[in-house]
Design a protein around this ligand. Structure first.
Ligand code: NAP
Ligand code: F7E
Length: 348
């Protein structure tokens, strides 16, 4: 049985990847951060008590800021594959917390690679690594963007991801380590964090439709993104590690839409006109914006036989339908006299 170690297993991609690998009969180990409340909601349905002889998902406390802990986890797990998905992944928050973002996303990646490098030397085992790069690394580079497009990052997050990308390239060349760089364009799902624009919109659609919320405050509606479905994208992470050699791959749909188009499609799905509910709030604009991301996934299609299955319309419908159900559950609570959380996290 192959063993995979997922750093960032409690995030959107980590949850989909864990489910995908369990279905492929992997033993899956995940790194979680200690929090004052449980933060494992996205993977609770996959978890079984470790005393259960059939348990195949195991969790370990760790953090990308703690290299010693990462080394201990490596020794304990002895993984065949490592997926580095851990990150402070919000672009706008990275302007508020640039040092922290650089430490976790940039230097944290280096800490992990260093731990693996030493582990390989001592254990003589064979480990394949996936490094989660991002289309944000392309920044202001003209679309369409592909593997040979020069990076022009526009945020502390993107710059830190560029560092992670180059650490991967350097460790691949210098130490012959198998590290694949995935350059993934935006991918969304019902598990998406609620302060990313797609989920913020679909949550608001459900709540507005059921009278739980009046307004939705957003920033720049003109930005264009190449949005795919996270469930499709975790498959290609795995495929990169089954490939004959470590390489860099753009993962995208090849189709871009503006935030306004996403908004319109989401509200129309429940028969509403977004213009009646949306207001622009300057707090949601970034100091430097990435205007137009559109990926060319030809290399992944050709070398990994991968292509996305869920369309833009399919993604919008999936997320709105899920969030309508969530709003219906919230409404039951409200009607029974309970208070529920409000929309509007400071930096969403
Ligand atoms: P996400 O939902 O924000 O999940 C991030 C994960 O990283 C969570 O499990 C989080 O733990 C963990 N994490 C945060 N800080 C950490 C630290 N200091 N040490 C260890 N783990 C830490 O992100 P995602 O959408 O799943 O994305 C997965 C990866 O792909 C990230 O690296 C992201 O930057 C990158 N990426 C995402 C997209 C996208 O469109 N989704 C596109 C390109 C690249 P908590 O749950 O405890 O916060
Ligand atoms: O913003 C605009 C915003 O925060 C998308 C991360 O997963 O994908 C993600 O980064 C666009 C931007 O995602 C609001 O200005 C308008 O142009 O959903 P987002 P992102 O910044 O593209 C990349 C590939 C990653 O790697 C990242 O980890 O939407 N926008 N109004 C808004 N964005 C937010 N969040 N909130 C708003 O109110």
């Amino acid at each position: 049985m192959k063993k995979a170690l997922i750093n960032g297993i409690t995030g959107q991609d980590g949850a989909y990847l864990a489910e995908f690998l369990l279905k492929k009969d992997y033993e899956v180990h995940g790194i979680i951060r200690r929090a004052s409340m449980f933060n494992t909601q996205r993977i609770d349905h996959l978890y079984r008590d470790p005393h259960d002889p059939n348990a195949r998902l195991f969790l370990h406390y760790g953090d990308l800021s703690d290299g010693t802990g990462l080394r201990r986890i490596l020794e304990a797990v002895q993984p065949d594959e490592i997926y580095n998905l851990g990150a402070q992944s919000h672009v706008k928050v990275s302007f508020d917390q640039p040092e922290y973002t650089a430490d976790v996303v940039g230097t944290g990646t280096l800490r992990l690679f260093e731990a693996v490098r030493d582990h390989l030397k001592n254990s003589k085992s064979d480990i394949r690594l996936y490094q989660a790069g991002s289309s944000e690394m392309f920044g202001s580079a003209a679309p369409p963007q592909l593997e040979t497009t020069a990076f022009e990052p526009r945020s502390p997050y993107a710059i830190s991801k560029v560092a992670g990308y180059w650490f991967a390239r350097n460790y691949r060349e210098a130490y012959d380590m198998f590290i694949a760089n995935g350059i993934l364009f935006n991918h969304e799902s019902p598990l998406r964090g609620e302060t990313f624009v797609t989920r913020k919109i679909t949550r608001a659609v459900g709540r507005i439709k059921l009278g739980l919320q009046d307004k939705l405050f957003l920033g720049n509606l003109d930005a264009k993104r190449d949005w795919g479905f996270a469930g499709d994208y975790v498959e290609v992470m795995w495929k990169m590690l089954q490939h004959s050699e470590p390489d860099d791959f753009v993962v995208a749909t090849g189709e871009a839409h503006s935030v306004r188009e996403f908004l319109e499609a989401a509200f129309i799905h429940v028969g509403l006109d977004f213009k009646k509910y949306v207001e622009i709030d300057q707090r949601y604009f970034r100091p430097t914006e990435v205007d137009h991301l559109l990926g060319d996934p030809s290399k992944a299609a050709e070398k990994l036989s991968w292509k996305p299955k869920v369309s833009f319309q399919g993604l919008v419908a999936m997320m709105v339908d899920h969030d309508m159900e969530q709003a219906e559950r919230e409404k039951l609570l409200v009607d029974a006299g309970h208070k529920v959380g409000q929309e509007g996290v400071a930096n969403g």
